[in-house]
Design a protein around this ligand. Sequence first.
Ligand SMILES: CC(=O)SCCNC(=O)CCNC(=O)[C@H](O)C(C)(C)COP(=O)(O)OP(=O)(O)OC[C@H]1O[C@@H](n2cnc3c(N)ncnc32)[C@H](O)[C@@H]1OP(=O)(O)O
Length: 261
Amino acid sequence: MVLLSSSPSLSITSPNYRYSPSRRLCLCPISATHVVTPHHIDKSSLTISETSSEDQLWAAARLRVRSFNEFKPSTFGIQDHKRYLAEREFEALKERIAGKRTGFNRVSCLNASLPLSQLLSLPNDDLCAQCKFIENGEDRVVVGTLDVNQCMSLPDEITGMKPEGIEGQFARGYLSNVCVANELHRNGLGYDLVAKSKAVAQKWGLTDLYVHVAVNNEPAKQLYMKSGFVYENDEPAWQARFLDRPRRLLLWLGLPGNQNW
Ligand SMILES: CC(=O)SCCNC(=O)CCNC(=O)[C@H](O)C(C)(C)COP(=O)(O)OP(=O)(O)OC[C@H]1O[C@@H](n2cnc3c(N)ncnc32)[C@H](O)[C@@H]1OP(=O)(O)O
């Protein structure tokens, strides 16, 4: 095994691995416990937008790979392995956005990006090298990303209860793959991404938005709760053990238009 991870189920090289858009995110104690020196950024040229551009989806896929996995740099073949994971993420993401993934009505990838010129003072160039794309002739870098999923439930995850009945098919959504480049944590980018995702969800007519979060992922729990999400349910311990991952909490947010809002 070439991948260093704090959870065995992060090993997506396993033949038994089944892709779940929220799997890695919620299992993500790595960054949750990582001590990073915050790099303060000027957000005046930050953009957060929905994308289906292949360049940007690649950048988002690479950001997810580096955010949700910890790699031992000296390991033989590690670059190939990272490329493999990014390709897998890219293909899966493209498939969901194109509406070809069974069970997902609609999926949007939101990317937060900054001009490359603003990130040249970072201590190393890995983020810029991995997550760069070109837009209107300008070099930019994806610094945060998430998916908004309109669907009844996510694979291998506890299902939200609201709204009840057939309405759930159309008006329930889930956030997944929420991550911010670890060099840029604590700049409010997490808040910005979640705020934008609420706007997208409302635009789609969703009334109820959910996230799954690992019980030990304190930064993510704080982010969601401070963004208005509240506890709805939690995964039974046996299920977490069966899936070989930390137990998840299911958090709920009512959007304007929701009768409980
Ligand atoms: C459904 C899912 O996708 S769950 C998976 C969530 N994603 C991950 O675990 C990936 C790795 N982690 C990350 O990428 C980031 O830590 C995120 C996305 C959780 C937070 O991103 P950031 O840009 O750092 O968050 P942001 O700066 O907006 O902070 C929001 C709040 O989160 C909390 N928070 C963020 N980092 C931390 C931390 N290290 N420790 C404690 N609380 C934290 C704080 O309460 C903060 O609010 P405050 O600054 O007002 O106190």
